[in-house]
Design a protein around this ligand. Structure first.
Ligand SMILES: Nc1ccn([C@@H]2O[C@H](COP(=O)(O)OP(=O)(O)OP(=O)(O)O)[C@@H](O)[C@H]2O)c(=O)n1
Ligand SMILES: O=P(O)(O)OC[C@@H](O)[C@@H](O)[C@@H](O)CO
Length: 397
């Protein structure tokens, strides 16, 4: 097992936030002051994660299958942890996977998680989780909640709004014929044996369950898409606005018009860049206008390493250089740049994917524009694909 990082990655919310938020706006999403504020129910979640994933057809139970090298269940835990009004998250895992699960919690710094033994069926696993929440065990940190969300560990894309609807409905609604007709098995059990009111709440299309191998590929595509929506361009000069580096920035902004492209500077105190890292930007283009070395890239890599941003997702860093037609021969410069392989190997251990990009800078204006567009396409592809096989490569546009 790899050692856990020294400090938590940039994340929003913690358990203290949980109490604050539950007491205020989160369970009252409109924030409407005029309405009398109801007391927020104490909420916990139980995640059944004790299955063997037979339909996936691989030896590893699907909840532990990697997506971008991180186990699927970690994405689900992250989605629930983000909801700060869920006080406790109880995960049911089999005895043989208990250590694996503990390792995942430690490595990805999950919080508010308790583990219980899974049962032989999904319902027995859920029951074990509920018992842990219901019992007042002296050595337990869990407190008895009013509402428990049951959520499959293999549904990674759950959003706060649907959880909020479910919790609100659990407090407020009765049961209809429609619910009985179209209810899922959990709901039907609750109705049959629990003698309680129930309500069917419509979920989002993203709530699907990873069941077959193809679902893992679909989940990976969704995650890649989500983390490619924000790109930061770090340039080693702010002066000459007409420099080709700024043209590249403009082309990137135009070509990736649905993507947020922002600029950060490495000049101390680097506050804008720190803020961008805190906002969880996973893509950096380091444009080296002034030099042909790795100084600027190295400073950026150090900031990223210190931030622990790459604990949860691979961070892409592309170091860009311009090959000026006047500056042949390139021998010395190329020798400098070949060091990228060593840098890339080192930062890959921290889940940072470093590549180099040489953009040819010909005299002819049209050819230059073509080089820049090609460069922008390569940058967009590297960010979208996050292909670790290209780490340490020097690509040429
Ligand atoms: N004894 C069991 C069986 C299932 N589950 C969990 O219930 C969820 C949904 O079940 P399903 O998709 O059927 O998972 P598996 O039983 O693992 O899959 P398969 O039916 O393909 O074997 C999964 O998170 C699974 O880990 C559980 O906690 N305990
Ligand atoms: O076995 P299937 O994949 O058809 O469905 C399992 C689901 O019913 C189960 O995961 C709960 O979400 C439903 O209560």
């Amino acid at each position: 097992m790899e050692p856990a990082p020294a400090a938590p990655g940039p994340r929003l919310g913690d358990s203290r936030g949980a109490e604050r938020a539950a007491a205020s706006s989160s369970l009252n999403p409109t924030g409407a002051e005029a309405q009398p504020r109801r007391r927020a129910p104490a909420v916990a979640a139980v995640l059944p994660a004790g299955g063997s994933g037979e339909r996936m057809g691989v030896p590893t139970p699907k909840q532990f299958c990697p997506i971008l090298e991180r186990p699927l269940i970690s994405y689900t835990l992250q989605a629930l942890e983000r909801v700060c009004w869920i006080k406790d998250i109880v995960v049911a895992v089999t005895g043989e996977n208990m250590d694996t699960m503990k390792g995942i919690i430690q490595k990805y710094q999950h919080q508010r998680i308790s583990l219980v033994e899974a049962g032989v069926t999904r319902h027995r696993s859920i029951f074990n989780g509920l018992k842990a929440l219901a019992e007042d065990q002296p050595d337990s940190n869990l407190s008895k909640p009013e509402v428990v969300i049951i959520h499959d560990a293999v549904r990674p894309f759950v959003e706060e709004d649907v959880l909020l609807k479910v919790v609100t409905a659990a407090k407020e609604h009765g049961c209809s014929d429609y619910d009985l007709e179209f209810g899922t098995e959990c709901l039907q059990l609750a109705l049959k044996y629990g003698h309680i009111n129930a309500k069917l709440v419509e979920g989002s299309p993203d709530l699907w369950k990873v069941t077959y191998k193809r679902d893992l590929y679909a989940a990976e595509s969704i995650i890649k898409e989500r983390i490619s929506q924000y790109i930061c361009i770090v340039m080693d000069t702010k002066e000459d606005e007409n420099h080709v580096g700024h043209h590249l920035e403009e082309i990137l902004k135009n070509e990736l018009n649905h993507v947020k492209v922002t600029s950060g500077a490495l000049c101390p105190p680097c506050r804008d860049l720190e803020q961008i890292i805190l906002e969880q930007c996973y893509n950096y283009v380091c444009v080296n206008v002034m030099s042909f070395d790795f100084e600027e890239t190295r400073r950026l890599l150090n900031m990223l390493k210190e931030s622990n941003l790459s604990v949860l997702y691979p961070v892409v860093v592309i170091s860009v250089y311009f090959l000026d037609y006047k500056s042949v021969p390139f021998d010395q410069k190329m020798e400098n740049l070949m060091q990228i392989r060593d840098y890339a190997k080192e930062v890959k251990k921290r889940n940072i994917l470093l590549c180099g990009l040489l953009i040819y800078y010909p005299q002819d204006e049209q050819k230059l524009q073509a080089s820049l567009r090609q460069g922008a396409t390569i940058i967009a592809t590297l960010i979208k694909e996050r292909n670790s096989g290209l780490v340490g490569q020097l690509l040429v546009a």
